[in-house]
Design a protein around this ligand. Structure first.
Ligand code: C5P
Length: 317
């Protein structure tokens, strides 16, 4: 989780990947308002960059795709991360300028806000020259949101609890994906509520989510054709219920030659697993042409989690 030393002229920058859930099993609603999960996270090569600099007051600036939809104030999860770290370290004056360069779709089910929080934690820790161990960082991350620990860890991991308890998972090979970002975002709590509503409507009792053993074996084999039919998301029906047009996006991706397509996390981004890089470029070209998605990107994974980098690192896009 620590990166190369950088000459910090009053600032430190972290680069943080997006995630996709290769499997998302959702259990019953818990007393604390969260759902018990069994999920397989995979970090993809689509990155936000977060820079934290010393300043006279706390501020947040957001650049990049859909930056207007991201709160540029203390309610931003990256600002919450800096404040939580300052409290933990006993720093009285957490005045910093946070700059977020976004490439991860906003409110897209790809953990963009969590990525920014993870990046802010790492960058602020470097700026303030704090020597935090991995457990402390992961605890702080879990306090900020269910997906923040995974943004720090990256790779491929099994998430349980509310998604914050992580175990690394063996994935052979580098898989190529196409990401179709939707025109409007979805609120994560709303999608979970919709799943509960759909289950109640069907008289379904949610059971404890099981470990996706078959998918884990397929990932260990590195065979993308074995992995594709095992991708699964319990939240997909709820996301489709709230945004029915996503069905068209899923159909367009698979008709363009993707091996499989699913809604990512709570959506509405749709992600398509492809045979290789060439196939991903073809699928992305067709999906862009079909006009069903607002923005289309290719990415590969697994990639490492949050890392400190030189500011304005060239290879992030
Ligand atoms: O942890 P995070 O802040 O990202 O979660 C946002 C919301 O998503 C929660 O308040 C909850 O409504 C829902 N959620 C859930 N079960 C989870 C994770 C998130 O119900 N395991």
């Amino acid at each position: 989780m620590s990166g190369p030393a950088q000459p910090s002229l009053g600032g430190a920058t972290a680069r943080v990947p997006a995630k996709v859930n290769l499997h998302l099993g959702v259990g019953p609603l818990r007393d604390d308002g969260y759902h018990e999960l069994s999920t397989l996270f995979c970090a993809l090569s689509l990155y936000d960059e977060v820079t934290v600099r010393a300043a006279d007051e706390l501020s947040v600036t957001v650049r990049g795709d859909n930056y207007r939809e991201v709160p540029a104030d203390a309610s931003n999860l990256a600002a919450q991360a800096v404040l939580a770290l300052a409290r933990h370290a006993g720093i009285d004056d957490p005045s910093v300028a946070i700059e977020i360069d976004k490439a991860i779709p906003v409110a897209g089910g790809m953990a963009g806000g969590s990525a920014d929080a993870a990046g802010a934690l790492l960058a602020a820790a470097r700026l303030w020259r704090l020597d935090l161990d991995r457990e402390t960082l992961l605890d702080l991350a879990a306090g900020l949101g269910s997906d923040v620990p995974f943004a720090l860890v990256g790779g491929t991991a099994l998430g349980t609890g509310r998604g914050e308890k992580l175990l690394p998972v063996l994935q052979r090979g580098d898989f190529w994906w196409v990401i179709g970002a939707a025109r409007t975002g979805l609120s994560t709590p709303e999608v979970y509520r919709e799943l509960d509503r759909l289950r109640a409507e069907r008289g379904e009792e949610a059971s404890a989510p099981g470990r996706p053993d078959a998918l884990m074996q397929a990932l260990a084999s590195g065979d993308v054709h074995a992995v594709a039919p095992l991708l699964h998301n319990d939240l997909q029906a709820a996301a489709l219920s709230l945004q029915p047009l996503l069905r068209r996006t899923l159909r367009a991706g698979t008709e363009s030659g993707a091996l499989a397509g699913i809604v990512s996390g709570s959506g509405p981004s749709c992600v398509f697993l492809c045979e290789d890089e060439d196939a991903a470029i073809n699928v992305a070209t067709e999906l862009s042409g079909s006009g069903v998605a607002k923005a289309v990107r290719t990415a590969h994974g697994p990639v490492p989690g949050a890392r400190l980098v030189q500011p304005n690192h060239g290879s992030t896009r």
